[in-house]
Design a protein. Structure first.
Length: 231
């Protein structure tokens, strides 16, 4: 056998080569005696074992990490991904052509390295906190059917709030009256109560602000209506 034939034989999978499950077991130190006996005699299987071991133990460099996306994209469109799929184990790609196996191992190792080396997420910015904390003001009163127009609105206090903005709304969300308060209660003036006509459903909502006029939290819109003669 000349050098060219030897090289080709080393890079091509033969009929006697080990299955993917056997290669995986060898790397894990649990291979069968038959597999362990075959490995020293087969350059292809030794190469597959080394690629798998590199995939499990290798740490990509910064330069390699920057190429992960390009490598993954190339692999997805490469014919190497259309290789032998007869093995269905977790290392099923071991049965594919040698070039595809090496590239797949490299890309997977790089992807794992990039994930592990990503910086930990920092504390959320203030805008994100606003979204998370939205609708955490609990409206207390008024709500439901009332025998007379309410004289005040009340809600749960928000730590750090220096002012609250209260609004009366139509059922479609249109604001018809607004006022600010420094505590978790606002006495409604006559002009606001005059908007509460018999059997007309209105809604009210409140938002809390800090000293820099930044919204800390908001409530849901609570419906209520004045129903003359109700109890």
């Amino acid at each position: 056998m000349n050098s060219e034939d030897f090289l080709r034989a080393s890079l091509e999978r033969g009929e006697a080569c080990l299955a993917a499950a056997d290669l995986e077991a060898l790397v894990a130190g649990q291979g069968s005696p038959q597999a362990a006996e075959h490995l020293p005699r087969c350059a292809y299987c030794r190469g597959e074992v080394e690629v798998l071991r590199s995939f499990l133990e290798g740490v990509p460099t910064a330069e390699e990490s920057s190429s992960v996306r390009r490598i993954e994209q190339n692999l997805r469109t490469s014919a190497a991904w259309k290789g032998d799929r007869r093995s269905t184990g977790p290392w099923a790609f071991l049965g594919r052509p040698r070039v595809g196996m090496a590239a797949a191992g490299l890309a997977a190792a790089l992807a794992v390295g990039v994930f592990l080396n990503q910086p930990r997420p920092s504390a959320p910015e203030a805008d994100t906190v606003d979204v998370v904390r939205s609708m955490d003001i609990v409206g207390i009163a008024p709500t439901g059917d009332l025998a007379e127009p309410p004289s005040a609105v009340r809600w749960s206090a928000v730590p750090g709030a220096v002012r609250y903005r209260v609004s009366l709304e139509e059922v479609d969300g249109t604001s018809i009256w607004r006022q600010t308060a420094s505590s978790a209660e606002l006495v409604l003036p006559a002009e606001a109560r005059e908007l509460m006509t018999d059997r007309k459903t209105l809604r009210w909502a409140v938002s809390a602000e800090d000293g820099e006029s930044k919204t800390l939290a908001t409530s849901t819109s609570l419906p209520f209506r004045f129903v003359r003669g109700s109890k």
